[in-house]
Design a protein around this ligand. Structure first.
Ligand code: DGL
Length: 281
């Protein structure tokens, strides 16, 4: 069984891509609606909330937990992998993964197996735009991971702090459009006169408004679709580490929330129109 975690519903964009690809694997999704959004919270809180949710997923039988949230990945993943997991009762049998590394690997065309930059990556002078929550951008994780692989790439980041709440709360399209336009225009002012070669929508809510990013970004800029990129990378990971999936699974999908299951189930349809109902975690 694979666990997928998000502060809210954005992780459903990733979960859906995984469920469609792995029809015979059991998935359990946990949204921390008691504490969403994470994007403007202090780092320590994000680490604690994420750990509690990962423990819950493990206790329910998941051996692998995927943080389907850029904010949790940027702020908590390293701490959980390096400090908490090795001392926990799940050390050696369970693992936690995030979604920043696969996204950066795709954006820089540098797969996991490449430990140090090689030609042409080391001479790549592209400009990569990253849109995310305040906490993801402040962590600097995207810039750090991109520059490790492509030291000459220019990374320009842009906080879109109100977009997560606006998407979750089904705000009108005109409001979402204005928020995306504002973020893109600010970013393009920063990169001017260079146009970004690629744009990372570094928040799992943003695929829901990818059409608006497409509308406001220059046609020249390629947008990276995180659900697709993450499920490609996950396939590669599971091929190398098949121990995280049992051979006798039959494709069940369990959706849980720390919030109000009825309210969350209603909101979830924005992300996935025929998504099954959520239950209380
Ligand atoms: N969807 C989450 C992400 O990918 C952020 C939502 C939040 O702010 O809680 O960053």
């Amino acid at each position: 069984m694979i666990g997928v975690f998000d502060s809210g519903l954005g992780g459903l964009t990733v979960l859906r891509a995984l469920v469609e690809r792995y029809r015979t694997v059991d998935f359990v999704y946990l949204s921390d609606h008691a504490h969403v959004p994470y994007g403007n919270r202090p780092s320590e809180e994000i680490v604690d909330y994420t750990r509690v949710c990962v423990e819950d997923l493990f206790a329910r039988g998941a051996k692998l937990a995927l943080l389907g949230c850029n904010t949790a990945t940027s702020v908590a993943l390293r701490r959980l992998q390096q400090q908490w997991l090795p001392k926990s009762r799940w050390a050696g049998t369970h693992n936690v993964l995030g979604i920043v590394a696969p996204t950066v690997e795709a954006a820089t065309q540098t797969p996991w197996a490449v430990a140090s930059p090689q030609y042409p990556q080391k001479n790549n002078t592209d400009t990569i735009a990253v849109f995310g929550t305040a906490r993801t951008i402040a962590s600097g994780v995207y810039t750090e991971e991109i520059r490790k692989r492509c030291p000459k790439v220019t990374v320009v980041q842009q906080v879109c702090s109100e977009l997560v709440g606006a998407i979750e709360n089904k705000r009108p399209e005109s409001e979402l459009d204005a928020l995306v336009r504002e973020g893109v225009e600010t970013l393009l002012t920063a990169t001017n006169p260079t146009l970004p070669h690629r744009a990372i929508l570094g928040c799992t809510h943003f695929p829901l408004v990818e059409h608006l990013f497409r509308k406001h970004l220059p046609p020249f800029t390629r947008i990276l679709s995180q659900p697709e990129v993450v499920s490609d990378s996950f396939e590669d990971y599971l091929t190398r580490r098949p121990q995280y999936v049992n051979g006798d699974e039959d494709g069940t999908l369990t959706l849980l929330t720390t919030g109000d299951p009825l309210d969350v189930s209603n909101k979830a349809r924005v992300f996935w129109h025929d998504v099954p109902a959520f239950a209380k975690a």
